[in-house]
Design a protein around this ligand. Structure first.
Ligand SMILES: Nc1ncnc2c1ncn2[C@@H]1O[C@H](COP(=O)(O)OP(=O)(O)OC[C@H]2O[C@@H]([n+]3cccc(C(=O)O)c3)[C@H](O)[C@@H]2O)[C@@H](O)[C@H]1O
Ligand SMILES: Nc1ncnc2c1ncn2[C@@H]1O[C@H](COP(=O)(O)OP(=O)(O)OP(=O)(O)O)[C@@H](O)[C@H]1O
Ligand SMILES: [Mg+2]
Length: 277
């Protein structure tokens, strides 16, 4: 299979598995996602879309593809910094909006979150609980704008996040669709480079930005190249645990960790259950 000429869009030098798409597959993915967004907006009878812009690669790629689908006027970007967010990353988000020529707003969410924290001050000391408040506050604002402007809310979840449950229930996953939801993280980086996302944004370290210094890799205990590979071969691909360890040359613990994340987050991927009638 022919590969993109920019081999360095993989972060690690020696990933367990090369999941990059050929140039033809990249173009197909791009066209498929662009039509998906255009059709969804059309079918919903809406005027366009709303998207939270974080400066990260998932929202930046989704914004690029949405502008291709809907035009500049079709996308309203909202950057929503909290006090834990790195100002440089927030200015990356504004740069993305500016370069794409879309309407965008910057809404400081700290005061909104503080009013929630005040209701349960002890809960606010739990950084995960507090971080999830930032994430869910952004969902409230996205839908506020979507309702008022007759737009849909674009999600930015990818396959690795969806399968490992690496998202806040009813937070960043509270969206109307996930255009890049079938791409592993390696492929997100690769498609981003392909559609012209600036290199510094493609190569940055993924972070949920829920507390200072948080990174996806540190929290999951695995880098995305490893997560992608184990998902593709074992969870999605059905190869046995032992064969996966041999095939990818990864420790058994890494496979077990990914399986644990997938199993533990099953409740996030289904409708809330009710007892049988
Ligand atoms: N078995 C079960 N059946 C039904 N519901 C169950 C459940 N277990 C927990 N729950 C519910 O789920 C809640 C826990 O889930 P949740 O509130 O999501 O919280 P939780 O999964 O603990 O935390 C969110 C995770 O996603 C990561 N994240 C969040 C946002 C963005 C990104 C990013 O990549 O940008 C990453 C974040 O760093 C953290 O690791 C529990 O409080 C409970 O209400
Ligand atoms: N400060 C923020 N302002 C607006 N939206 C945000 C902010 N932080 C997160 N989001 C939204 O939540 C989504 C999920 O965050 P996530 O960190 O998974 O993606 P990302 O920041 O786009 O990519 P990366 O994996 O490189 O960090 C973002 O894509 C974005 O839509
Ligand atoms: Mg991020």
């Amino acid at each position: 299979m022919s590969r993109t000429s920019d081999q360095s869009v993989l972060l690690s030098d020696d990933p367990p598995l090369d999941l990059r798409l050929s140039e033809e597959e990249l173009e197909n993915a791009r066209e498929r996602i662009v039509s998906f967004i255009a059709d969804l907006v059309d079918d919903a009878g809406s005027e366009g879309a709303v998207l939270g812009l974080s400066g990260g690669i998932d929202s930046t790629l989704t914004a690029h593809l949405a502008v291709e689908a809907l035009g500049e006027d079709g996308l309203h970007g909202i950057t929503m910094p909290a006090e834990v967010n790195d100002p440089d990353v927030m200015s990356d988000a504004e740069r993305v909006a500016h370069d794409l020529g879309i309407e965008y707003d910057v809404v400081e969410i700290q005061p909104i979150a503080e009013s929630v924290f005040d209701a349960f001050p002890e809960a606010a000391d739990d950084r995960m609980a507090a971080g999830n408040v930032y994430v869910r506050t952004r969902a409230v604002l996205n839908y506020f704008v979507a309702n008022a402007e007759n737009r849909i809310v674009l999600g930015t979840g990818n396959r690795a996040e969806a399968m490992t449950g690496y998202f806040t229930k009813y937070g960043d996953q509270a969206v109307d669709c996930n255009p890049i939801g079938n791409l592993y993280k390696q492929q997100v980086r690769q498609l981003a480079a392909h559609v012209g996302v600036p290199r510094d944004l493609v190569m940055q370290e993924p972070t949920a930005g829920m507390w200072e210094g948080q990174t996806d890799a540190a929290e999951m205990g695995l880098d995305y190249d490893t997560v992608d590979a184990i998902l593709a071969v074992h969870v999605d691909g059905g190869l046995s645990r032992a064969a996966t360890v041999r095939e990818l040359d990864v420790p058994e613990e890494a496979v077990d960790r990914v399986v644990e994340l997938v199993e533990r987050s099953a409740h996030k991927r289904s409708m809330p259950p009710a007892p049988e009638r």
